[in-house]
Design a protein around this ligand. Structure first.
Ligand SMILES: C[S@@+](CC[C@H](N)C(=O)[O-])C[C@H]1O[C@@H](n2cnc3c(N)ncnc32)[C@H](O)[C@@H]1O
Length: 297
């Protein structure tokens, strides 16, 4: 039997550099919401990872890994001959990710570290750095990305997936759905985070010194009484609620959080709506190789 990987040595004492409170918080509800979200968008992320070239035997760094959804997907693709390291600043999230790695049997080649990305340092080299829904929360995403890709070998892969929130819509427009979209976007934006990171990926890659990425966009759409999207939207607002209240955007009473999913469902069914959550924009590129550096000089 292979040995389970020990946790890596990272600079755990380094102070977090971002003073902004994280919009979604770290409640147990939020950790469960991440798992729900991970299940809903798993196929889109697997598609991006495969297109980017993640394959058996690779060593992958997943940044802002949350409760491990992307790390565990990468672990499936790289298999036991590869290795995945997931990094997140929330100890509760990485503890849950570790439990899930054990449950799926991927703990033998997947490990997690609790660390702020701006303080992350390790002396390993990876074949790929990947991340989902994380650059949007960084104070200077291109600077962090530039540092992180320093851990990737020449010719290695850089692949990220981020939201284009301004493209969220329902047809026909539903008043309650539109209010939910505003509450969510306003809270994230006014808390200081980027709501259109998906559209900014080419700029961010360029500013990090990376070649122009290949890209794809995919999103969830739903209709009718059985769609899981009403619950997903309501769970997202539940996580954002403390921040929405603190910023004076909406109160729990105004949102009616306990009945929100049911009312969103009723509105969509009555209007025969097509409800679309924000597209996930995927971007991937390869690190310039030593031969590119030689050509530039
Ligand atoms: C929306 S969650 C996405 C989690 C995971 N990538 C996924 O798609 O399921 C964003 C994660 O980024 C992490 N994060 C945000 N800023 C970070 C930072 N500066 N350092 C480490 N983790 C960070 C948060 O702790 C959170 O777990």
């Amino acid at each position: 039997m292979e040995k389970r990987l020990a946790n890596p040595v990272v600079s755990a004492d380094a102070p977090a550099t971002d003073p902004r409170p994280y919009a979604l918080g770290y409640s147990s509800h939020e950790l469960q919401r991440l798992e729900l979200q991970g299940a809903l968008i798993r196929d889109f992320t697997e598609d991006v990872l495969r297109r980017a070239g993640i394959r058996p035997g690779m060593r992958v760094l997943d940044v802002g890994c949350g409760v491990g959804d992307v790390s565990l997907l990468a672990a499936k693709l790289v298999g036991p001959r590869g290795m995945v390291l997931g990094v997140d600043r929330s100890a509760d999230a990485t503890a849950m990710a570790e439990r899930r790695a054990v449950e799926t049997g991927r703990c033998y080649w997947t490990r997690f570290a609790t660390e702020d990305l701006d303080a992350f340092a390790c002396d390993e080299t990876f074949d790929a750095v990947i991340g989902r829904l994380v650059l949007m929360y960084l104070p200077d995403p291109s600077a962090t990305l530039r540092r992180l890709v320093g851990h990737v070998r020449p010719g290695g892969i850089v692949a990220f997936q981020e939201l284009a929130m301004p493209l969220t819509r329902s047809f026909p427009e539903g008043p309650l759905f539109s209010r939910c979209v505003s509450w969510i976007s306003d809270t994230i934006e006014r808390a200081g985070f980027e709501i259109d990171m998906g559209s900014r990926l080419p700029m961010t890659f360029a500013a990090a010194g990376l070649p122009a990425p290949q890209m794809i966009s995919a999103g969830l759409a739903g209709s009718g009484p059985a769609s899981p999207l009403y619950n997903y939207i309501s769970q997202t607002l539940r996580s954002l609620l403390p921040m929405a209240e603190r910023l004076g955007i909406a109160t729990a009473e105004e949102i009616g959080i306990d009945t929100l999913a049911e009312r969103l469902c009723r509105e969509a069914v009555e209007q025969r709506s097509c409800v679309m959550t924000p597209p996930l924009v995927g971007a991937w590129t390869t690190m310039p190789g030593w031969w590119d550096a030689a050509r530039v000089e």
